[in-house]
Design a protein. Structure first.
Length: 206
């Protein structure tokens, strides 16, 4: 056992791995809640989204302890990638254009990830597989691959941004007419309803 995951209750509302990664920073209620404060947080998050098992996580914790400078660099790259993906996903609309610098960040990480992508046989089929190992950057490989696949797919048009006040979380809108407005009806949706109720009540007072 490697201990209790501090991100065990982190909400996963994006509907895709790369969107849940983008949502690792929370600006609800006018405060910034950063989930990636240390390299270890990347590993804990990977466990939360079931991107790796505990033995793999334990090996990365040990590798990070052995090379803290590299771990800090990967954390910095992860945050840079997260910010670039947010802008790429939200710019993918008719009235906006993708920034070449953000694409450069994505492609840099994609080149690293693809170098470790392999094909293997499984259950009578061939499947994609990312190399196992103790490379600290491997926590980014599944994320960047999923992000690239989303960007070039027709599903990109279904990426939505929460309409909640002070919330920028992204999600896949799988509703039939793309009518979803909130990352989570129980939080942002209910807060919006409460604010509307308060404004109506205040407007009718007196």
């Amino acid at each position: 056992m490697i201990g209790d995951n501090p991100h065990a209750t982190l909400k996963l509302l994006g509907g895709r791995l790369c969107l849940d990664f983008v949502n690792t920073v929370d600006t609800q209620d006018t405060r910034i809640d950063e989930k990636l404060n240390a390299y270890a947080d990347l590993v804990w998050w990977s466990l939360r989204v079931e991107m790796m098992d505990e033995p793999s996580a334990a090996s990365l914790f040990a590798a990070a302890d052995a090379d803290p400078a590299c771990a800090a660099d990967v954390l910095s790259r992860a945050r840079e990638l997260r910010d670039a993906l947010y802008r790429l996903f939200t710019a993918a609309r008719p009235d906006a254009a993708a920034d070449e610098a953000d694409l450069a960040v994505l492609n840099r990480e994609l080149a690293s990830a693809m170098a470790h992508l392999r094909v293997r046989a499984e259950g009578g089929e061939f499947v994609w597989n990312l190399e196992e190992g103790t490379q600290l950057e491997r926590v980014l490989w599944p994320v960047v691959r999923d992000a690239a696949e989303l960007l070039v797919s027709g599903d990109l048009r279904r990426v939505g941004r929460c309409c909640g006040e002070n919330c920028d979380w992204l999600y896949m809108d799988t509703s039939r007419n793309r009518s979803r407005r909130w990352c989570d009806m129980q939080s942002c949706g209910n807060r919006a309803k409460a604010r509307r109720h308060y404004r109506r009540a205040k407007g009718g007072a007196g």
